[in-house]
Ligand binder design. Sequence first.
Ligand code: ATR
Length: 278
Amino acid sequence: MNRVGVVGWPIEHSLSPVMHNAAFQALGMDDWVYDAMAVPSDIPRHAVIEPKRHGYIGLNVTVPFKQAVMTYVRPDDKARAIGAVNTIIYGDDIGTNTDVDGIIDDLLAHDVALEGERVIVLGAGGAARAAVYGLWQQDAEVVVVNRTLSRAQDMLMQLTMTAGIQNVQAVTLDEAVEQGPSLIVNCTSAGLWPDVDTSPWVDGIALPQGITVYDMVYRPAQTKLMQQVEQAGGRAIGGLGMLVRQGAASFKLWTGVEPPVDVMYQAAEEALAARQNK
Ligand code: ATR
């Protein structure tokens, strides 16, 4: 049996097992299985070496291990750049980060233009770091807005050191809007269930005309921010596709097989819908 899986804590709500096992089933890959492993946060080394010892082919890594496992793998350029690993390929013990692929692939799949476009990234956590790096690589003109400005500045200083990112600034929302963005990517957790009435968009500032907003939050499927955007006549895209596409990118790395993205999306969507509290 070819085993892959995800380590994290807590892990029971992860959509990854459903998504990957649906893909294996759809492709008749009966000798593959994906499972979820709960590992206490203080033993990141075990999270990496135990699955390997048990013959796993690869691993997804989620909260709280994405940074901590860096020490126990050989991080590739992407993982180094953003200081986090979400995918391990055993054998060579390569650690990479498919969150970057997830966001960029999903934006491109939605025909969102990136090259030369002005983009506001909201947030300064791990998700924002992946978005800034990916968008910068696509030659977008990125600015970062965060509730706590100093965190955004720290993040950009880090990205300059780890990835050589230049010319990306942390600004206020007012300043960012004045620059005439075509895309806003929400990388904050504002609006995430159960705080469904929260939005990262500050009251009193108009959403730019014709704006596209990508909300990494996928629970609920229609966030407060997405409602605001649609009311303002803009285009809102929810973040489930990013989750699916980071998984699809990991799938490809482990199996060498083209992932059935639609199957994975549908499985994730159904699993989410089946939850009692959306
Ligand atoms: P992750 O690593 O998953 O991206 P994180 O490091 O906890 O998560 O970062 C969460 C991000 O959401 C931060 O940018 C946070 O802003 P602060 O740096 O000011 O804390 C942002 N965030 C969370 N709740 C928010 C809210 N209600 N309004 C605006 N931003 C919010």
